[in-house]
Write a protein that binds this ligand. Structure first.
Ligand code: FE2
Length: 257
C-alpha cells in the first residue's frame, strides 16, 4: 500500500475507535470524519491544479486528512466542538500528532514538522508571518480547502433551514447589518464575533472568507460551484448588503483575470 492509503487506513481506525454507540455523539464524530475526508480530496485537487511537486502534493493530502484530528479527542474530553468552551482544536490536533508520533513512519521529520505546523495554524485568524516554506504552503492549502468544504456544509444547513444554534443562539433575526461588521468587511477583514448581532451579520462573515483564499483555484471553485451566488441569495435586500456583494464580486473578478 502506498503512503497515503496506509495513512487513510490509520485515520479510519483512529476515528472509528471514538465511536461509542451514543447517537448524537457518534453523529458528530461521523460529520468530522466525513469533513476530514472531503478536505483531503480538496487538497489533492488543489495540489494537482496548482502544480505542486509530488512530495508537496502528498504532504497536502496528509495535511487535509489530519487537519481536524484534534476534533475527536476534543469531543471525547469536552463533548463540544466549540473551541472557546474547550480547547483550540488546531493546537490540540498538532499536539496529538506530535505526542503520538503518528507521521514518523511515513514522512521525513522536516515534512512532518511542516504538516503539524499547518494543522496548528489551520484555524487561526491569520497565517503568522513567521511561517515560511513548506509549512506556509501547507497552511495556505489546508485553510483554502477547509473553507471550500465548510461552504458545502454551511450551504446544506441553510438550505434545510437549520442554523447552528451554538453559534447563532444569541443572534437576532432582524434584517440588519451591524456597523462593526460592515466596517470590517468593507476593509476585507474578518468581523469579530463580538460585533455580530444579527444572522445577516453572520452570513456576511462567510462572504468575507473569500478575501482570505490563497489560491486562484479556490476562487474559481467558488464561482464554478455557485457558492458566491448562493450566499448572495441568502441575504436580505439592503443597501449595505448590496455594497458588500458588489465589492466581493469585483474582488473575485480581479483575482481571476
Ligand atoms: Fe478545523
Amino acid at each position: 500500500m502506498d503512503i497515503i492509503n496506509r495513512l487513510k487506513a490509520f485515520f479510519h481506525s483512529y476515528v472509528d475507535s471514538y465511536l461509542t454507540g451514543e447517537k448524537s455523539f457518534d453523529r458528530n464524530i461521523t460529520i468530522k470524519k466525513q469533513h476530514s475526508l472531503m478536505v483531503h480530496r480538496e487538497c489533492r485537487e488543489l495540489a494537482a491544479i496548482e502544480g505542486f511537486s509530488e512530495n508537496n502534493a502528498l504532504l497536502a493530502e496528509i495535511t487535509g486528512l489530519f487537519h481536524d484530528i484534534g476534533r475527536f479527542e476534543q469531543l471525547k474530553q469536552y463533548n463540544t466542538l466549540v473551541d472557546f468552551k474547550s480547547v483550540n482544536h488546531g493546537e490540540f490536533g498538532a499536539k496529538i500528532l506530535e505526542e503520538e508520533n503518528i507521521l514518523r513512519d511515513f514522512i521525513s521529520d522536516d515534512d512532518a514538522k511542516a504538516v503539524i505546523s499547518a494543522v496548528r495554524h489551520h484555524n487561526c485568524r491569520e497565517i503568522p508571518e513567521k511561517l515560511t516554506g513548506t509549512a506556509r504552503l501547507m497552511t495556505q492549502t489546508v485553510r483554502d480547502c477547509d473553507k471550500l468544504d465548510i461552504y458545502r456544509v454551511v450551504m446544506e444547513f441553510y438550505r434545510e433551514g437549520n442554523y447552528d444554534t451554538t453559534i447563532l443562539l444569541n443572534l437576532s433575526e432582524e434584517e440588519k447589518v451591524s456597523s462593526g461588521v460592515y466596517e470590517a468587511i468593507r476593509n476585507r477583514c474578518n468581523p469579530h464575533m463580538k460585533d455580530m448581532q444579527t444572522i445577516t451579520d453572520f452570513k456576511l462573515s462567510k462572504l468575507c472568507w473569500f478575501y482570505d483564499l490563497n489560491f486562484n483555484h479556490s476562487l474559481r471553485e467558488i464561482r464554478e460551484r455557485g457558492i458566491d451566488k448562493r450566499l448572495f441569495g441568502l441575504l436580505p435586500e439592503l443597501p449595505e448588503v448590496e455594497r458588500i456583494c458588489k465589492d466581493v464580486n469585483e474582488y473575485i473578478d480581479s483575482r481571476l483575470v
